[in-house]
Write a protein that binds this ligand. Structure first.
Ligand SMILES: Nc1ncnc2c1ncn2[C@@H]1O[C@H](COP(=O)(O)OP(=O)(O)OP(=O)(O)O)[C@@H](O)[C@H]1O
Ligand SMILES: [Mg+2]
Length: 378
């Protein structure tokens, strides 16, 4: 009988697991939040991932449960484990991807390099942090942020008043995370695959370019990273994967500081936007690797199959019509570009697809990927 993987969440990450699952003969099932989502091709159930009974019913006939996002509540995860379901990554490591304050505290215990940080509950504590850090800092909501939502650069203690007020309303209480504003020269991401048996594979460290808090492009490998930088990034990734007992794909977002240190920004325990290039640029894509890792199968080779890969996100999409209507023109102009779409309706700023181009010359590949992606926006 085919190995069965259940993915909670019907977004594009679940969608992009479908093709490798078909190739490997894996029976992939998806619990989608609603009809018509990106992964609806494989959606065998539609329901609320915050409801334990819904998730338990979905998990009943799969070999392992994994995720498209980090938002499944701990009580639901605990119910799965109590019912004997294999959950990968497990509830314990997932806590550190769900809550940035827990993550900071745990990374500190592991001795990982990271920005100065503090947990704060009111404006006076924020003021104290600002005073100690040159008057500017980054305030973050510990839970539920994505694509830069829940991240705010502040230079006055009153600028987070609305978030402190929301904390006071929240019965669970809690705190905000404040971090030093890192003076970085660029952002990097390190991906590690790890299976329950402990086997690990490291992808090359990549450069991620963000615009308005959203990933716009990824260059793989990160230019000028060979040698020390790549080694340090890999060591950090492996230390976190082992230290937190992550299974499946782990992405570690990093800052490279102007004085060439690496600091950990945040973690994702699932396939990640920084690894979409692997679909066309690596021997084993992150989506195939995630399936292999959560099933405890031998991992695939993460090496690039060409010197350079570039991924350009399609953000928003055309303001009129559908992505599909732009296909023919993009394909005709850029036969070397691989266009991946998510079946999502265009909306300003929304990730609706991406373009991968691989090649021997970074500038040429980047030119082609950007040009092809531009056909899908206006
Ligand atoms: N301490 C910091 N110093 C400087 N810039 C920061 C800092 N923290 C975050 N940023 C900037 O804000 C972006 C978003 O922050 P972060 O990754 O924490 O948020 P997110 O919304 O959870 O992320 P994602 O978009 O990956 O879901 C970062 O990629 C970086 O550009
Ligand atoms: Mg981030």
């Amino acid at each position: 009988m085919a190995l069965r993987v259940g993915v909670v969440g019907g977004g594009q990450l679940a969608r992009m697991m479908i093709a490798p699952a078909v190739e490997l003969g894996i029976d992939l099932r998806v619990l989608a939040e609603e009809e018509g989502m990106a992964a609806s091709l494989a959606a065998t159930a539609v329901g609320d991932y915050r409801d334990a009974d819904t998730v338990l019913a979905f998990a009943r006939d799969v070999d392992v449960v994994t995720f498209d996002h980090e938002h499944v509540p701990q009580d639901v995860l605990a119910a799965l484990v109590d019912a004997g379901v294999a959950v990968r990554p497990g509830p314990e490591p997932l806590r550190f991807a769900q809550d940035k304050l827990l993550m900071r505290a745990r990374l500190q215990e592991l001795g990982m390099p990271q920005p100065d940080w503090a947990a704060i509950t009111d404006a006076s504590e924020l003021q104290t942090f600002l005073d100690a850090h040159g008057g500017r800092a980054v305030v973050k909501t510990p839970r539920g942020g994505y694509d830069g939502k829940g991240v705010r650069v502040v230079d006055a203690a009153t600028e987070a008043d609305d978030w402190f007020a929301a904390l006071a309303e929240d019965a669970r209480g809690g705190a905000l995370l404040v971090e030093e504003l890192v003076d970085f020269s660029r952002e990097l991401a390190q991906q590690i695959a790890r299976r329950p048996s402990g086997e690990m594979r490291a992808y090359p460290v990549v450069e991620t370019v963000q615009r308005e808090g959203v990933c716009a492009e990824v260059l793989a490998p990160a230019p000028h990273s060979r040698g020390r930088l790549a080694d340090v990034a890999t060591r950090i990734g492996i230390g976190i994967a082992e230290g937190l007992d992550v299974t499946g794909m782990l992405a570690v977002e990093l800052f490279e500081t102007t004085d060439e240190r690496l600091l950990v920004n945040e973690l994702a325990m699932r396939p990640h936007n920084s690894g979409h290039w692997t679909q066309d640029g690596a021997v084993t894509s992150q989506f195939e690797q995630h399936l292999r890792a959560v099933l405890d199968l031998p991992l695939g080779d993460p090496e690039p199959n060409r010197p350079w890969s570039i991924m350009v996100n399609i953000l928003g999409g055309p303001s009129e019509g559908t992505l599909d209507e732009r296909f023919a023109a993009a394909m005709a102009a850029h036969p070397g570009a691989k266009v991946h779409t998510y079946g999502k309706a265009p909306r300003p700023g929304r990730k609706v697809g991406h373009v991968n181009v691989v090649g021997d010359d970074l500038d040429e590949a980047a030119y082609e990927a950007r040009a092809a992606a531009s056909f899908f926006a206006d």
